[in-house]
Design a protein around this ligand. Structure first.
Ligand SMILES: [Zn+2]
Length: 512
């Protein structure tokens, strides 16, 4: 990855993001601190130059090398000591703590205090739940079910799952959390976040029966807080289906079990608003605001803010209103690549930034060779953009309607964004903005320029399933070989006809 000058805080953040993921990859693949250090020296070279440029001082190559080595050492220590290892019950490898008089961990054979210890470098911020999430991301979905048994604390699992929820990784959440609730008798309130997130994932996947089963289990849990969580969820579900008497009955049960639970405030206001009892909802918000503000132990300002937000407009409307109406018109050169597949399956497109995301979706489907069989979503910074309908879920990030939002309204100076296709198989397309050219309205608004390799077959199980399929296809000895051939017919992974794909993309614009 190359950084353009000047470096924006955002691209710095993306770069460090990349560095952390690379570092974790080396630790998990090699288990070697030296290999990690070597890789970080390469990755940190750009950063070192940037820091030197910022300082405005002329530095000798030797000096740059010394600083680079020290930055890499600090980053390697941070990563090494904070990367949970699946095979080690999700605990990091044996900690390495540099002693001033001990040999420097960079391998220079000199004392730490005379080597990397002489350079003052900022450490990386690596919260444990985030690190665990990054490690889990590398595990194949088939192995997620083992995680709960490894003794990862339920609270950490809940936090990981909540982060995944924002990325709509519902299947992974289910695979990760379901085993945790096989036996609720050993669980306590620390599993409440996990329970909540799992129930939301079922909801997102439209799996009503498993959601009901989970709620029934929670309602029978020995732990009061979990039992209350079950009733709270039941109240929300009844409310969603318009059965308000059942919603209030469940609410009262929850209230009996955990009278001081602040989340009951949200639930009560939610049901009142759903019933259209706005004046009462307003009164209760006032009541809860006063009560929560008196709590000496916790700061409830987030919850209080949320309650007031619920009374006022819906968040989607506010988000839409905040988008700029005008922006510089550009012709973008976009590089689209499927994540997690090598050699890469990629396309290069010219696209006018005045197109809507709904149009871009059709263009991407056609350019890649997908069949438009599944749901999709664009993730641009913290915006989620996709098809929306009246019954879109009211929780989580609001999804902006893709037929209303234009690329230029949200892209800004961003260098990349994501297109997620099929929430089951999770085809993640990384879309990189390679160039921003002046708009050329006389041309077709989208042109396919180049590409390589055939699109994966629909429903083949995501990047992981695809790689297995390629292996089976290539090897006549593979036990899946003939079955795969039967299924795929004359599918050739390497085949891609730019002429034919370009025509298909061009033909879209006779209709749009
Ligand atoms: Zn050193």
């Amino acid at each position: 990855m190359h950084l353009d000058q000047p470096v924006s805080p955002q691209s710095m953040e993306e770069y460090f993001d990349h560095v952390v993921d690379e570092g974790i990859g080396v630790i998990l693949d090699t288990g070697s601190f030296q290999a990690l250090h070597q890789r970080l020296r390469e990755l940190m070279a750009t950063i070192t130059e940037w820091i030197a440029d910022e300082a405005g001082e002329q530095s000798s190559d030797d000096e740059l090398d010394r600083v680079n080595r020290a930055i890499a050492t600090q980053a390697a220590l941070d990563l090494w000591n904070n990367t949970p290892i699946p095979e080690n019950h999700f605990r990091p490898h044996k900690q390495i703590k540099p002693e001033r008089n001990a040999p420097c961990p960079c391998g220079s054979q000199r004392k730490y205090k005379q080597c990397c210890g002489t350079v003052d470098t900022p450490g990386l911020q690596l919260p444990l739940d985030e690190m665990a999430a990054r490690v889990l991301k590398r595990l194949p979905s088939e192995r997620l079910g083992e995680i709960a048994a490894l003794g990862v604390p339920p609270i950490a699992l809940g936090m990981i799952a909540r982060a995944w929820f924002k990325e709509r990784r519902y299947e992974d959440i289910i695979a990760l959390l379901e085993p945790l609730f096989f036996d609720v008798s050993r669980l306590d309130e620390r599993a409440a976040l996990a329970a909540d997130t799992l129930a939301n994932a079922y909801l997102a996947r439209n799996d009503e029966s498993r959601r009901q089963q989970l709620v029934a289990k929670l309602k029978s849990a020995p732990d009061k807080t979990l039992r209350s969580a079950g009733f709270e969820r039941e109240a929300t579900m009844s409310c969603d289906s318009g059965d308000f008497p059942a919603a209030w009955a469940a609410f009262k049960q929850a209230q009996r079990l955990t009278p001081d639970n602040p989340m009951l405030a949200r639930l009560e206001v939610l049901v009142l608003l759903a019933e259209g009892r706005e004046a009462e909802a307003r009164e209760r918000v006032e009541f809860w605001t006063a009560k929560l503000a008196r709590d000496p132990d916790y700061d409830h300002s987030n919850l209080i803010g949320l309650l007031h937000q619920m009374l006022n407009a819906n968040p989607l409307e506010r988000r839409l209103a905040a988008l700029p109406e005008s922006y510089p018109e550009r012709r973008l050169i976009l590089h689209v690549a499927l994540e997690g597949i090598s050699p890469p399956i990629w396309r290069r497109l010219e696209v006018e930034n005045c197109l809507t995301f709904a149009e871009l979706h059709v263009i991407l489907q056609t350019a890649m060779g997908w069949e438009n069989d599944h749901l999709y979503e664009f993730i641009v910074g913290d915006h989620h953009i996709g098809p929306t309908s009246e019954d879109s879920p009211a929780w989580g990030e609001p999804v902006l309607p893709d037929h209303e939002v234009e690329i230029g309204q949200v892209l800004g100076r961003r260098k990349s964004f994501r297109y997620l296709y099929d929430f089951g198989d999770s085809w993640r397309h990384r879309i990189t903005v390679e160039e921003r050219l002046p708009s050329t309205p006389t041309e077709r608004p989208a042109i396919l320029r180049a590409g390589a390799r055939a699109c994966p077959p629909e429903d083949c199980g995501g990047a992981w399933g695809y790689q297995n399929l390629i292996v089976a296809l290539a090897n006549p000895e593979d036990e899946q070989h003939s079955e795969t051939l039967d299924w795929l017919g004359d599918y050739k992974p390497e085949a891609f006809s730019i002429m034919s794909a370009r025509k298909k993309v061009a033909s879209l614009f006779k209709r749009i």
